[in-house]
Write a protein that binds this ligand. Structure first.
Ligand code: CLF
Ligand code: SF4
Length: 519
């Protein structure tokens, strides 16, 4: 199928709830902007060139909109324990509060318990806008519990968006049910479209009452995944594709996967690093399969960006995660605690709170736009990366030593663009700094020219300067984009005046990066 025509058709369906077809020329919101070459949807702070129907679906979904993730929260309810396939990167753990990765939960819930928990969270965290069912197994391998939960929540809290995550094996059988349940967003994890590669990722699947293994299993799985994606796209459901990047197994191949899902109407592609450690007990963890470096991941994400947006802010959440992406408030909402809470769903209070959030977003966008004309048109060839320590709300509001992650922005004369996350172990150990951790952080952000922080101690500051990374604390508690653009403007001024020489940082990130830059 022609990718562009096919995709236009699918998006028209999304705009109209799948019922009425609109002219094909209407859709241009999900491709790269002709002016900047950057894909626009799934990332921006304003409607931009997105059709209104799509914008309404993504504007406060923290996974489908990068900007929304600074302001809006999601929650997962762990009602789906069983799975119908085995992935070599999966080991589901129950009663585990210590690990933060997919498949891990503290407690499994019934649909009734889950619905009560959703109302409790929605009352306590009014910016929680999305309920996702993402395991700990597969949502569609547990269809009765999954759809009962969605039904109860949509009756009690109709403003909450419903989101479902699946491996796709059972998906073609549930498309009608998904449409009837008014689920707007579906994530399908697709790691391959080549069964030979699939056989290295999936030891077996269970399909039509039979277990399949090897290439035959992978062939059935890829067929069902792509079929399900096409069916959902035609019915107007926004589909995000999650892919796990597994070095030397599917890393190069994910470019093919990106093309295959784009041509079938996917809205967003989330390429995530393999999480692999022996203590997780997964097949990959036990056989020493490594995950990609941050730089390898970025090179692959860059290579795939174009027709559809690439999600770069995924936190690879637990199946019972609660809160903003990157924070985990699930411990506040155990079943025992929820049963004791006075849960009163108040739509008006939620709406008022969200209007405050929208005002904050608008101020942030306006502040960034005011800085932009000062840099546009000058020295367009210079682009660089900066790392930011933030706790959310789009602000530089975290101390260097407390940061568990740095958000990375690419600065150019077009502005500041979020391009990824670098997860780190906090440097500060309560009164003293851990030298090994500082070295690891500097390795992780070695391709950045500067690191923006709310505060930083003298010791890490001088180590960063020695490594050629400028610590910037003059914008503490200010908006990220506005501050980054202002800093970039002064950087360009210094280059123009000959006070500093611009040096491209970083290194060829991976085999893929090398090949692409050579092409
Ligand atoms: Fe949850 Fe997933 Fe819906 Fe988001 S998570 S079901 S789309 S509401 Fe989001 Fe978490 Fe990444 Fe998933 S950050 S793991 S992409
Ligand atoms: Fe685990 Fe999900 Fe794979 Fe099932 S589909 S084995 S729950 S990662």
């Amino acid at each position: 199928m022609n990718a562009v025509v096919g995709r236009g058709k699918y998006i028209k369906a999304a705009m109209n709830g799948g019922n009425i077809m609109q002219p094909i020329t209407e859709h241009k919101g999900c491709r790269a902007s002709a002016k900047t070459g950057r894909a626009s949807c799934g990332s921006q702070a304003s409607q931009g060139d997105l059709p209104i129907g799509i914008w309404e679906k993504v504007k406060n979904h923290p996974c489908y909109s990068e900007d929304a993730h600074h302001h809006y929260a999601r929650m997962h309810v762990a009602v789906a324990p069983a799975c119908n396939i085995q992935c070599n990167y999966c080991n589901r753990k129950y009663d585990c509060a210590n690990e933060s990765r997919p498949g891990v939960v503290s407690e499994k819930l019934t649909p009734e318990q889950a619905a009560r928990k959703v109302i409790a969270v929605a009352t306590t965290i009014p910016q929680m806008t999305v309920l996702g069912i993402a395991g700990p197994g597969d949502a569609l391998a547990n269809p009765a519990k999954t759809f009962k939960t969605f039904e109860l929540v949509s009756q009690a809290a109709p403003d909450i968006k419903l989101c479902l995550s699946t491996n796709g094996l059972a998906l073609p059988d549930y498309v009608d049910t998904i449409v009837r349940a008014k689920i707007d967003h579906v994530t399908i994890t697709i790691n391959m479209v080549d069964p030979e590669i699939g056989a290295k990722i999936y030891p077996w699947i269970f399909f039509n009452h039979k277990r399949y293994a090897g290439i035959e299993a992978a062939r059935i799985l890829t067929h069902r995944q792509l079929q399900g994606l096409e069916m959902l796209s035609e019915r107007g459901i926004l589909c995000k594709i999650n892919s796990v990047m597994i070095p030397n197994i599917n890393d190069d191949h994910l470019v093919e996967v990106n093309k295959a899902v784009t041509s079938r109407g996917a809205f967003l592609h989330n390429i995530m690093p393999l999480i692999s450690a022996p203590e997780h007990g997964t097949a990959f963890g036990l056989n020493g399969q490594r995950g990609p470096t941050a730089q390898e991941l970025k090179a692959l994400q860059d290579a795939c960006e174009g027709q559809i947006s690439i999600m770069r802010h995924c936190r690879q959440c637990r199946a019972d995660a609660v809160g903003l992406l990157g924070e985990d408030r699930s411990a506040e909402f155990t079943n025992d605690q929820v049963m004791k809470m006075d849960v009163q769903y108040d739509l008006a209070v939620r709406k008022a709170y969200q209007e405050t959030v929208e005002n904050e977003r608008r101020s942030k966008v306006a502040a960034g736009q005011r800085e932009l004309p000062e840099v546009s048109g000058e020295m367009a060839a210079i682009t660089l990366l900066v790392a930011v320590a933030t706790k959310g709300s789009g602000l530089i509001n975290e101390h260097f030593g407390h940061a568990k992650e740095f958000q990375v922005y690419e600065l150019s004369t077009s502005g500041a663009k979020f391009v990824g996350l670098r997860r780190v172990e906090g440097y500060c150990q309560g009164g003293y700094g851990e030298e090994d951790r500082l070295s690891a952080i500097m390795r992780d952000i070695r391709d950045c020219h500067a690191v923006f922080v709310a505060k930083i101690g003298g010791c890490p500051k001088s180590s960063l300067i020695k490594a050629g990374i400028e610590p910037v604390d003059q914008f503490a508690h200010e908006f990220i984009e506005k501050s980054a653009i202002a800093w970039f403007r002064s950087y360009l001024d210094k280059v123009k005046r000959g006070e500093i020489q611009h040096v491209q940082r970083g290194e060829p990130a991976c085999r893929l990066g090398n090949r692409i830059s050579a092409a």
